[in-house]
Design a protein around this ligand. Structure first.
Ligand code: CA
Length: 224
């Protein structure tokens, strides 16, 4: 999952980035409305965390422009004041949820998970294929009830594939979904992750097929 955080408060932004990074999301962060607008026009995000009070163009404008481009990714707005008018205006402009500062990072994390679920039409926090089960809430994975250890990056790639079972996903798309701007990961690295995941997933009856020239497809194997 690729997330954009738009927040000009350095300390808060650092906390949000850390939390989402630990969750295995690929996080980019900008500190102004103009930069947010630029990032959102050029990249595709699965979720946006948007502060309303920003230098330059404000969060409302960023949100309006995003929606007017037809981009439907979930948006969580952060408001500094517990101002009903701001919340209403935010929701009316197309936000999906809001949090009033200061908030607990636990609550932020829980609301983000709920938004991501809604955005991907998942009804529960669990993803499965064959004998593989992933719980996105506790961040744990099992094959036939025995715990499966995954690195944060492996988790990110696997979660992305599981959410899009039956779809062929290009290397670029996977790369874009699991890496932020600061990470220089070559498309070849994706091949390495796939090969590691394949061997880890073998006992689960889960196949990651390479569709030459197109990308990867995750599906339950025969007999699973
Ligand atoms: Ca602010």
């Amino acid at each position: 999952m690729r997330v954009l955080i738009v927040e000009d408060d350095e300390l808060l932004a650092a906390g949000l980035v850390r939390i989402l990074d630990q969750t295995g999301y690929a996080v980019d962060r900008v500190n102004s409305g103009e930069r947010a607008d630029l990032a959102l026009s050029s990249e595709s995000y699965d979720l946006v965390v948007l502060d309303l009070g920003l230098p330059g163009i404000d969060g409302f404008t960023v949100l309006k422009r995003l929606r007017s481009r037809g981009q439907s990714c979930p948006v969580m707005i952060l408001t500094a004041r517990d101002d009903v008018a701001d919340k209403v205006r935010g929701l009316d402009s197309g936000a999906d949820d809001y949090l009033v500062k200061p908030f607990e990072l636990n609550e932020f994390e829980a609301r983000i998970r709920a938004l991501v679920r809604r955005g991907t039409q998942m009804n529960s926090s669990q993803l499965s294929c064959g004998d593989l089960l992933l719980d996105t809430l506790s961040h744990r994975a099992w094959i036939k009830q025995s715990p499966l250890n995954l690195t944060a990056r492996e988790w990110g790639v696997l979660e992305y594939l599981l959410m899009r079972q039956g779809q062929i996903l290009s290397k670029d798309k996977i790369l874009q979904a699991v890496c932020n701007w600061d990470e220089n990961i070559s498309p070849n690295a994706i091949e390495v992750y796939m090969s590691r995941l394949r061997s880890k997933l073998e006992p689960a009856g889960v196949n990651i097929r390479t569709i030459r020239g197109f990308g990867y497809l995750l599906e339950a194997g025969d007999g699973a």
